[in-house]
Every structure is written in structure tokens, then in C-alpha cells.
Design a protein around this ligand. Sequence first.
Ligand SMILES: NC(=O)c1ccc[n+]([C@@H]2O[C@H](COP(=O)([O-])OP(=O)(O)OC[C@H]3O[C@@H](n4cnc5c(N)ncnc54)[C@H](O)[C@@H]3O)[C@@H](O)[C@H]2O)c1
Length: 266
Amino acid sequence: MDLKNKVVVVTGGGNGIGKALCEKFASLGAKVAVVDLECDAAQQVAESCKGLGLVADVGVEADIQSVVRDTEAQLGPIDIFISNAGVSFSDAPGWMAASASNEAWQKSWDVNVMAHVYAARAVIPGMIKRGGGYLVNVASGASLLCQIGDTAYSTTKTAALGFAESLAITHGDDNIKVSVVCPLYVATRMTEGGRGVSGTDRVMTAEDAAKSVLEGLEAGTFLIMPHDDLATYAQRKGADYDRWIMGMRRMRKGLVEQYPNYDYQR
Ligand SMILES: NC(=O)c1ccc[n+]([C@@H]2O[C@H](COP(=O)([O-])OP(=O)(O)OC[C@H]3O[C@@H](n4cnc5c(N)ncnc54)[C@H](O)[C@@H]3O)[C@@H](O)[C@H]2O)c1
């Protein structure tokens, strides 16, 4: 894939996986728009990538529309839009499936799902006119397997996968490519400290996750799984759902025993 002078938007580009993606795309000659809620983070990454830093809340449709307008005015028509920004809260206090506040649930829907909808709505018509484009939505291993200890995250990341499937099916014939990225654990601010819900094995660096995304885009893979073992787990789940639920219950029990006072709130 020739990325020279391609215009790439990365949301949540100020930190973690988004930052690594911005750096990777810039190193391959792309013109990168670094979008983040945090102004300083967006500007710093934009500076190091010689790109454009934009402040936006991706959960607000007008902000996404401004991102698209500003990027196209300053860098040119968008070739690749990466909806990477995401939020996680937790089932705290008390490890109860519905214990997160309504605000946490709403924020999860807005950022983890609706931001992808707003981006698609804003860029697809232009991409169709230009003959094609690429939408990359960062979901999670939780889209396929459930994140123990964060029901809102698991629910919305599963919805994000569903939206990406619809996008790929609906717009494949418009030459709109779609990939959905489903990492397990990546060492970023989101997972720092373990928080009782993060297994400590299989943690990869944000740079390795970004490398895997690039490889997936090169291959045009719909479901990009940076961790090899995710596919195996997902297949086992599909083959015997009841057995999988039993296994997850056992894992959750172990975590609750290990972290009885789990009360993390982001
Ligand atoms: N870290 C992991 O283990 C992991 C695993 C699977 C999926 N993911 C997903 O990868 C993506 C990136 O996560 P990360 O681990 O790099 O997290 P991170 O917290 O390190 O970075 C997320 C970035 O998104 C920005 N952001 C948050 N809300 C925003 C909003 N409303 N508008 C604009 N920007 C916003 C933050 O300011 C931050 O810079 C997320 O969608 C996350 O759910 C992460």
C-alpha cells in the first residue's frame, strides 16, 4: 500500500495506539491529522509527525464534521479515517454488570460506537465520489470475547464490530474498504495498573499493535487481530457458547477473589 501523501485521520491520536498509528503512517509518507480531546497531546504528536493537530470530542457529531472539513481544507481529501479513540469505565463499585453510571454508559456509546457512525456519515459520500476510501474502526478483543469487569465497554465494543460489519457489507461495492481492529491487551494509559480486569499476559506495545494494523490494511483484512490467540478463543466461543460462558465465569470468580475491592473509575 503506497501511503505517500495519503491523507489519514487518526482519532485519539494523542496517546497510546492512536499515537503509534500516527507515527507509523507519518513515517511512511502519509499526511496525518491527529485528533484528540487533549489539545497538548494532539499538538505534540502532530508536531512530531509534521501533521495537523485537531481538538475534537469524537462523541459529538459537529466535532467530527469539523475534523473532516478542517482536514480536507488543510491536507486534502481524506483517504483513510481511523476511528481509534475509545473509553473504558468499569463495573465498579461491586463487580455488578449494570453498576456503571448512566453517564458512563452514554459516554461509552458516544465514543465507542456513535463516533464511528458520525465518521462514516461524514466521509463516505466524498469517498464514493472520489472512487473509494478506507474506514478503520478500532474496536477490541472485547468485541468478540467480553471484557470481564467492564460491561459497558464489552457491550459497546461488540456494537462497534456490528457497525463495521454493516459498513463493509453495504459499501464494499462502492470501493469503501473497512477494517475493524480487535486487540487484546496493549500497554497504554487505558490498561495501566492492571485494574484487576487486565490479564498481564499477552500485553503488546502500542507500536507492535500499530504495525499489525498496517499489515492488516496492506492485506485488506476486515478483522485485524494483533494477538494471534484471539481467533482461537473466538472460534471456541462460537463452537460452544455455554462452555465459553462457564470458562469466563471461572475467570471472573478468580479476579473477584484477587481484587475484592475493585472500585476503579476512569
Ligand atoms: N489498550 C488496550 O489494551 C486496548 C485493547 C483493545 C482495544 N483498545 C482500543 O484502542 C483504542 C485506543 O486505546 P488506547 O489503549 O490507546 O487508549 P489511551 O487511553 O492510551 O488513548 C486514547 C486516546 O483517545 C482520546 N480520547 C478519549 N476520548 C475522546 C473523545 N471523546 N474525543 C477525542 N479523543 C478522545 C484520549 O484523550 C487519548 O488520547 C480505544 O478504542 C480502545 O478501546 C485498547
